[in-house]
Design a protein around this ligand. Structure first.
Ligand code: IMP
Ligand code: MG
Length: 179
């Protein structure tokens, strides 16, 4: 499905700058508390989660390592191709770490499922996931993120890192097309 999103025209703001800020702060507080006595290592999935991760880690007040990997499953449309690709390998020894995967959104769940399985093969102490948005009605695999900012309906959303054709990532709030 090809869509043409024009800001202001037929668009709907789902989460404002302030709502996002408050939610990210809440997630950061929870994670700081839960990982207080652990060895946190955040692995963030580019490109969609770069803004979320940058804000989230500044709300975390315990030691954490941070790394980025690039996953890709979408081309220039709003449907997953069904094939998740990892464009950067993790060569580091992860056996001493409690891994937290950070992503912008869980949609079909294929990306998160792929990442969890990939990281499992590296035998870390634990693996959990944190996403800003969740579209539970779209799942193709049975996966639940451990930390979720907002659960949303089946709408294609952009802004705050989320893109359409690599545009709109810079918009500081999250919006969708009105039906
Ligand atoms: P999944 O593999 O279908 O769960 O999709 C995960 C990836 O697809 C996310 O990391 C996003 O980058 C992208 N994605 C899924 N839904 C949306 C959306 O509504 N807007 C923008 N990107 C999305
Ligand atoms: Mg993504």
């Amino acid at each position: 499905m090809e869509i043409d999103i024009k800001l202001g025209e037929n668009t709907e703001v789902l989460f404002s700058k302030t709502e996002i800020q408050n939610k990210v702060a809440e997630l950061g507080r929870k994670i700081s508390k839960d990982y207080k006595d652990k060895n946190l290592y955040i692995i963030s999935l580019l490109k969609g989660s770069f803004i979320f991760t940058a804000d989230l880690v500044r709300e975390i007040d315990i030691d954490t390592k941070i790394n980025f990997v690039t996953t890709s499953s979408y081309s220039n449309n709003t449907e997953t191709t069904g094939k998740v690709k990892l464009l950067t390998e993790i060569k580091e020894d992860l056996t001493e770490y409690d891994i937290l995967i950070a992503d912008d959104i869980v949609d079909s769940g294929l990306t998160m499922d792929f990442m969890v399985n990939y990281l499992k093969s590296k035998n870390p102490k634990s693996i959990k996931s944190c996403v800003l948005l969740d579209k539970p009605s779209r799942r193709k695999v049975d996966i639940t993120a451990d930390y979720v900012g907002f659960s949303i309906e089946d709408k294609f959303v952009v802004g705050y890192g989320l893109n359409f054709g690599d545009y709109y990532r810079n918009i500081p709030y999250i919006f969708s097309l009105k039906n």
